[in-house]
Design a protein around this ligand. Structure first.
Ligand SMILES: Cc1cc2nc3c(=O)[nH]c(=O)nc-3n(C[C@H](O)[C@H](O)[C@H](O)COP(=O)(O)OP(=O)(O)OC[C@H]3O[C@@H](n4cnc5c(N)ncnc54)[C@H](O)[C@@H]3O)c2cc1C
Ligand SMILES: *[C@@H]1O[C@H](CO)[C@@H](O)[C@H](O)[C@H]1NC(C)=O
Ligand SMILES: *[C@@H]1O[C@H](CO)[C@@H](O)[C@H](O)[C@H]1NC(C)=O
Length: 184
């Protein structure tokens, strides 16, 4: 058994947030199990989310009729992606095992609304429908084996005890994840 490499992509603007606590719990629990954990802190990095010509170096082929999909494909093939993208791609490649299809992924996030709001009769609709394009369209399509998401329902409203128990459940789940699925 060799230690696994884990990449956590973290996006929250406040280090005092529940999201930060969930990230820290994951780093601690996984590190304690001997994993190497890297965090991409998107806000701290000021990672640019918009898809623009800045993602491409060496100039675009057709600036007048800029088509991101075509230009980014070409830039990728020719090694002309911007450094911030290359760095994240490198981290993804490094993370866990060698073969891309062996890679596993899991979404971990909080909400501001209770679970009932994300049901088929709730105002936001079935959470699984919302997650489908991310979990299936992006992660599964790119070769990840996707675990069930870790959803912290409305941590801001609950008591400190309920938040502590959410974090404790998260730690336990992370311990289970590695013992059940990684040591195979
Ligand atoms: C513009 C915007 C719009 C949004 N709209 C929606 C929406 O429509 N619907 C929806 O579901 N979500 C929405 N969200 C997401 C929602 O705000 C967050 O999911 C929610 O606030 C909980 O995440 P947080 O980390 O920000 O919690 P915070 O509000 O930062 O923290 C929640 C509580 O946890 C406490 N806490 C921090 N660390 C710990 C710790 N170690 N142990 C125990 N407690 C701790 C904090 O002190 C605080 O009391 C929105 C977010 C933004 C930015
Ligand atoms: C979404 O899927 C999970 C896992 O199958 C299930 O537990 C949950 O109840 C589903 N949510 C809704 C709103 O149907
Ligand atoms: C952890 O794994 C055990 C054994 O499979 C199971 O009984 C338990 O429910 C799991 N706990 C969590 C939080 O997933």
């Amino acid at each position: 058994f060799s230690a696994k490499k884990v990449l956590i992509v973290y996006a929250h603007e406040s280090p005092a947030s529940f999201n930060a606590a969930a990230k820290d719990a994951a780093v601690a629990a996984l590190t304690a199990q001997g994993c190497t954990v890297e965090v991409s802190d998107l806000y701290a990095m000021k990672f640019k989310a918009a898809a623009t010509t800045e993602d491409i170096t060496g100039g675009v082929k057709d600036a007048e009729n800029f088509c991101y999909a075509k230009e980014i494909k070409l830039a990728s093939e020719e090694g002309r992606l911007a450094d911030d993208i290359k760095k994240e791609q490198e981290k993804l490649k490094e993370a866990d095992l060698v073969i891309f299809q062996d890679k596993k992924a899991m979404l971990s996030f909080t909400t501001d609304c209770p679970e009932s709001v994300y049901s088929d009769t709730g105002i936001n609709g079935d959470i699984n429908v919302t997650l489908w394009p991310l979990q299936n369209g992006i992660l599964n399509y790119c070769g990840f084996q996707v675990f069930a998401p870790q959803i912290f329902w409305d941590p801001a409203t609950g008591s400190p005890e309920s938040r502590s128990s959410m974090l404790e459940g998260w730690r336990t789940r992370l311990q289970n994840l590695s013992s059940l699925h990684w040591h195979a």
